[in-house]
Structure formats: C-alpha cells, structure tokens
Design a protein around this ligand. Sequence first.
Ligand code: F3S
Length: 62
Amino acid sequence: MKVKVDKNGCIGCALCVETCPQVFELDEDGLSQVIGNKISDDDMERVKIARDECPVSVITVL
Ligand code: F3S
C-alpha cells in the first residue's frame, strides 16, 4: 500500500505526525510528507487513523 499527502491542501496541523511519526513528518515548509516508501502493516493501521483524522482530508491510502 502507498500513502500520499496532497501538500496543496495540507494546513500543517501536524495531527498525522502525532498519530504516526514513523510515517509522517513536517517538511521545511511545515507541511506533511511521507517518510520512505515501505510501510509496515502495524504502521498502516496508524496511517488509516491519521487519514481519517486529518481535518482537510488530504491523506490518501492507495
Ligand atoms: Fe497536514 Fe492533515 Fe497532517 S493537515 S499536517 S496532512 S493531519
């Protein structure tokens, strides 16, 4: 599975980073980005929570 963040819509609230710091980090502009390509099954559960919690719904799980 792949995770994407649409940075154009991200408002940098950092909820995803708090929820799953193994997968999300803030870049130098304070917007979320995905760390690396390989996401473990354990992290995937947290990623889905982060996706559902994002206030502007810019996290996509493919
Ligand atoms: Fe951005 Fe949503 Fe995370 S607004 S910082 S992708 S929770």
